[in-house]
Design a protein around this ligand. Structure first.
Ligand SMILES: Cc1cc2nc3c(=O)[nH]c(=O)nc-3n(C[C@H](O)[C@H](O)[C@H](O)COP(=O)(O)OP(=O)(O)OC[C@H]3O[C@@H](n4cnc5c(N)ncnc54)[C@H](O)[C@@H]3O)c2cc1C
Length: 400
């Protein structure tokens, strides 16, 4: 029987192993840690956001800042609906939440881990823990894989090591180009007085813009202890991951807290002034803004407790400008605890996406974060792992 070695007992490695034909391939997973799937265990806040309920490959690829073009054919083979079916066949029901994220009904990543371990056991897959691969050589048609305490030989080799600097170095030594890794999916640090003591306040429809990079995102935004977070910020961090790294995470953003135009807000304030001249500016309720935010904003603009009748044109302009175009200085990044990934990795030009095989070294395959592919938050990163690993398994299973 031919030998297959999978380096990395993470999401992609286990999904591949779970789909391999064990009558054709004697498979070993080499994992450096003492237990498997550690990242998956903590994923999605411990619930594992397995995939996203986006079932149209052409739409799905739009969630991948890096890899969207290449993934289209991959998702045409295995996409989120296949993920649902795959897990259902193994007795794991998945549920879709309001924002389209998909989780196991158990709400526990352990369900997914147990499923993978069960599949690997059924297929008699050997899992060698505490086995860090330190070198890979191609000797004639075989791979020689050297770990910290042993040497293995394989006919086919899959690298599924996630974001590992050491593995990227090894891959570079055997000829692959590595796009330098930088973090993606992070939140922005900001200590502007406008947002001091406002942690926990969210804006369901904000627009955030980085003028220097001419990029903009729309969606929920959250004020945290350290700055700003939420889907709008995470999306911006992913699409501009490399540019923000180059700026050393020091840049200016402009926030439209309510996604409304300056003129419309101005009009609404003038209307309010006409309708309720005796009302205090502090008691005005506009755009469902919280009192805490509104009071902070007025204090910041030094608009004292005036009645609406006493608001000057300048005051109205200042409020409208602040609600639609606040400038915040960002002075660093913070990790988003539920999901983060690395942008960068093996250059996609060197991969044949029909099989996930290296174009440079035959019988060498890649799946998961080791590739220069990453997605927005929402289950898309795991979906790429499942789809890529599935393609490899089907190809290997089809070989004589
Ligand atoms: C906190 C957090 C939460 C997340 N939540 C989600 C989520 O809910 N949904 C989602 O879609 N994505 C999520 N992600 C992203 C997702 O976890 C990754 O995209 C995914 O795990 C990548 O899978 P992988 O198989 O490529 O790598 P990994 O899952 O990282 O697995 C790689 C494995 O290779 C092993 N390894 C590395 N080098 C070697 C070596 N030299 N020798 C032997 N073994 C080695 C590692 O120990 C590891 O076990 C989250 C990420 C984080 C950090």
């Amino acid at each position: 029987m031919k030998k297959l070695i999978i380096i990395g007992g993470g999401a992609s490695g286990f999904f591949l192993a779970s789909n391999i034909n064990s009558n054709k391939w004697e498979t070993i997973i080499l994992e450096q840690a003492k237990s498997p799937l550690q990242k998956l265990k903590i994923s999605g806040g411990g619930r594992c956001n397995v995939t996203n309920a986006c079932f149209i490959p052409k739409k799905l690829v739009k969630f991948y800042p890096r890899g969207s073009k290449e993934l289209l054919s991959v998702f045409n083979h295995f996409q989120p609906s296949d993920t649902f079916e795959w897990f259902a066949q193994k007795g794991v029901n998945l549920k879709i939440e309001n924002d389209n994220r998909v989780f196991p009904e158990s709400n526990s990543s352990q369900t997914i881990i147990d499923t993978f371990i069960e599949q690997a056991n059924k297929k008699n897959i050997e899992i060698d823990y505490n086995s860090t691969v330190i070198n890979i050589k191609k000797i004639n048609d075989k791979f020689e894989i050297i770990t910290t305490h042993s040497t293995y030989y394989a006919d086919a080799l899959v690298v599924a090591t996630g974001s590992s600097l050491k593995m990227w170095k090894i891959l570079n030594q055997i000829g692959h180009t590595i796009i330098p890794p930088v973090p993606s999916l992070f939140t922005f640090l900001c200590d502007d007085p406008l947002i001091h003591n406002l942690q926990g306040i969210s804006f369901p429809e904000a627009e955030i813009h980085i003028p220097l990079l001419k990029c903009k995102e729309f969606g929920p935004l959250l004020i945290t202890h350290w700055g700003i977070s939420g889907p709008a910020v995470l999306k911006l961090s992913a699409w501009s991951a490399r540019e923000l790294y180059n700026l050393n995470y020091k840049f200016v953003v402009r926030v439209n807290w309510i996604s409304e135009t300056f003129d419309k807000v101005k009009e609404a304030l003038i209307q309010e002034k006409e309708n309720h001249p005796k009302k205090s500016i502090y008691s005005v309720k506009l755009y469902h803004l919280t009192h805490r935010f509104w009071n902070n904003l007025l204090g910041h603009l030094q608009i004292n407790d005036k009645n609406l009748a006493d608001l000057s044109k300048k005051d109205i302009n200042k409020i409208a400008e602040s609600l639609t175009n606040t400038q915040l200085s960002i002075n660093g990044k913070n990790t988003h605890k539920d999901e983060f990934v690395t942008a960068g990795g093996v250059d996609l030009k060197e991969i044949d996406f029909r099989t996930m095989q290296s174009k440079l070294i035959p019988n060498l395959y890649f799946a998961g974060e080791v590739l220069n592919i990453d997605a927005l938050t929402g289950g898309f990163n795991f979906q790429a792992c499942w789809s890529e690993a599935y393609i490899i398994s089907q190809y290997l299973n089809s070989l004589n």
